[in-house]
Ligand binder design. Structure first.
Ligand code: MD3
Ligand code: FE
Length: 204
């Protein structure tokens, strides 16, 4: 069921639950080609979230900064192609939220282990901020923080569970957001982890 979260942001609760096993198989295939990796931020910190990507472009960070690139700077290899099923799911969910013709060219896959978190940040490395981001949560639940337009603004907390999809667009696109440290647990679909797929249009 669809639940408006804020202007431009819609949670499609459990939208991917029935196809989660198939999505996880594809995540495994992508990560067999480009393994999950704890990247180092420009500030020199090792990220607690492990990441990989698929699609024409992938998001990563290293000593030079944050960027979208056609190859993984850690391996020098191109990212694996975005599975058609990923692309179709992201486009369908964007359309359900009112964003027609969403054509993602990048899919960032985040893997959270117990204690892993993502501090409050904005996503603004994409060229056209009128394009939404579609996120798919799989596995262990996490507490998502949804803030305002400035880092210090109060944040609401939303539990994101297995199969939940959120479409973030319009005025919500530039809101600060983050993930609180993951509580340990075992999920039948993902074991000790939470995965999050974010579909983006990096370049026009
Ligand atoms: C709100 N990932 O990869 S997904 C990220 O669960 C990221 O891994 C989190 O934030 C995760 O950048 C949250 C939900 C999400 C993604 C993008 C957004 C929320 C957003 C962009 C704008 C506003
Ligand atoms: Fe983000």
């Amino acid at each position: 069921w669809a639940e408006p979260l804020a202007e431009g942001a819609v949670i499609l609760r459990r939208r991917a639950r029935d196809e989660a096993a198939g999505l996880m198989t594809l995540v495994s295939e992508v990560s067999a080609q480009n393994p999950f990796h704890h990247r180092i931020t420009p500030g020199g910190h090792r990220m607690s979230v492990a990441m990989t990507n698929c699609g024409n472009f992938g998001w990563s960070t290293d000593a030079r900064g944050y960027q979208y690139s056609v190859q993984d700077s850690a391996t020098g290899k191109r990212w694996p192609p975005m599975p058609e099923r990923f692309r179709a799911l992201a486009a369908a969910c964007a359309a359900e939220a009112g964003f027609e013709h969403f054509q993602p060219d990048a899919c960032l896959i985040n893997r959270y282990e117990p204690g892993a978190k993502m501090s409050l940040h904005q996503d603004k490395d994409e060229e056209d901020l009128r394009q939404p981001i579609v996120s798919v949560s799989l596995g262990l639940p996490a507490v998502f923080q949804f803030g305002g337009f400035e880092r210090g603004d109060a944040a609401q907390r939303v539990l994101l569970e297995h199969g939940d999809i959120v479409v973030w667009g319009g005025p919500s696109r530039l809101r600060f957001h983050g993930i609180l440290p993951l509580k340990p647990g075992i999920h039948p679909a993902t074991g000790a982890f939470r995965y999050n797929l974010t579909f983006r249009r990096a370049f026009r």
